[in-house]
Write a protein that binds this ligand. Structure first.
Ligand code: ZN
Length: 269
């Protein structure tokens, strides 16, 4: 038998396997499309499609990075979530948010700007008195990686001073870097000053003014065990969304905890 006669059926087979492979691939893509379209957790799916997520996953740091003390998400085996509220205190929004939390007997973590804490110390005192956690959002809402070492230390220490003075000694343990911007250098500075840097795993889309329904929908989309939810106290939509959000999270079976409580219950690796 010559080579020529052998290669013919082989070629035919090759074409058939390529077609089969293309068909399988198309089915896979279509299947994923349908799965994504009907999924109530689109933001979770999108997050897990990011290369950055897989880089962290390979290092085992999707929840917590013990070297830099960066928390991204709590224990995935526990049905608990942490509501975090950035950028306050701002009386017009912080007060109704505190009222809503109190009415629902729910606790949150407020990431406050030091100079605003200095301007409204009574709100920081109320946050603590009502069982919430207060964390640092720097003194002037500065993007840490843009600062020199000395500037980064200063803004963290000044925020600490303002919160201590407002409260008669409360010591903040966690830091939310403005804009979520942190690098190894500034994370080390934060760690030296005794902070755990806390990022988030569930967004609310409330960086700009949004309707309460939209905010609740966005958060519920990213709600999962150990989720750290980021809200801002800048807009009315968020203030109005908060009571509904607490109710929906509880209906979905989640317990609301502070970030430091979440940190205490990370899985031991
Ligand atoms: Zn902020």
């Amino acid at each position: 038998m010559s080579l020529l006669t052998l290669s013919r059926p082989l070629q035919k087979n090759n074409h058939r396997s390529v077609r089969l492979l293309a068909l399988l691939l198309a089915m896979l893509v279509a299947g994923f499309g349908v799965f994504y379209a009907v999924s109530p957790h689109k933001s979770l799916i999108r997050r897990r499609m990011m290369p950055g997520y897989w880089i962290l996953a390979l290092q085992g740091k999707t929840l917590y990075d013990p070297d830099l003390k960066i928390l991204r998400r709590g224990n995935p085996d526990l049905p608990e979530v942490a509501i975090t509220i950035d950028d306050g205190p701002r009386p017009e929004n912080s007060i109704p948010m505190l009222d809503a939390l109190k009415a629902a007997n729910a606790r949150a973590t407020f990431y406050v700007v030091g100079k605003s804490a200095k301007a409204h110390p009574e709100l920081i005192r109320r946050m603590i008195a009502e069982g919430h956690e207060v964390g640092s959002h720097t003194n002037e809402h500065l993007r840490l990686p843009t600062l020199t070492d000395a500037q980064a230390r200063n803004t963290l220490k000044n925020a600490e001073f303002n919160v201590r003075r407002a409260t008669g000694g409360y010591r903040m343990k966690t830091l939310r870097p403005p804009g979520g911007e942190i690098d190894a250098r500034t994370a080390k500075i934060a760690k030296e000053l005794g902070y755990t840097t806390v990022l988030w795993s569930a967004t609310s889309g409330d960086y700009e003014s949004q309707s309460p329904d939209y905010i609740v929908q966005e958060v519920m989309d990213g709600a999962e065990n150990g989720a750290i939810i980021i809200l801002h106290d800048a807009h009315q939509g968020t203030v109005q969304a908060l009571p509904m959000l607490i109710r929906r999270l509880r209906e979905a079976g989640f317990k609301l905890v502070t970030v430091s409580e979440m940190l205490e219950r990370l899985p031991s690796s």
